[in-house]
Design a protein around this ligand. Sequence first.
Ligand code: S3P
Length: 169
Amino acid sequence: MANIILIGFMGAGKTTFGKWLARQKAMDFLDTDEMIETEQNMSINKIFEKKGEAYFRELETALLERLLWEKLDNVVLSAGGGLVMREQNRELAARLGEVVYLKASVDTLCSRLTGDTARPLLAGGSMREKIEGLMEKRESVYEAAAARCIDTDGLSFEDILKKMEECAQ
Ligand code: S3P
């Protein structure tokens, strides 16, 4: 069960780096948000709007349970930014594979996320304040949930991979 589970804030690069990483390592790539959207036949925005965040969080847990039951293997899994906020999900993620936290600064996240309309938790008001508020609650949880924490600011994908491999030794 050699999987890599990428966690971190929205805009940290879990999906873009994750796809690249999967190619480098001849692994498959999966994204929890994408899987949930496909299963529900609804965008994340719509799920939040119609069913609420609590329902979405239930879907994330159910998905992790299913992936574990299906014996997910050789996959880079990009986890939605709030997924590890649930203790149960942190346990499931750790059972699924090596949990890697892709850390990025508020400045980096802000520049990547400004103009984004696909993330309901960032809609309306000041993007920076929203990111800072959520980060304050999440940073320590991300760190505690991860077996490896990579500071990605200013790094190329090659550099991030190098750091991941250094940490693993
Ligand atoms: C969320 C992050 C999003 C998505 C949803 C909620 C969060 O995923 O799951 O909008 O709570 O941080 P990404 O981190 O892939 O953007």
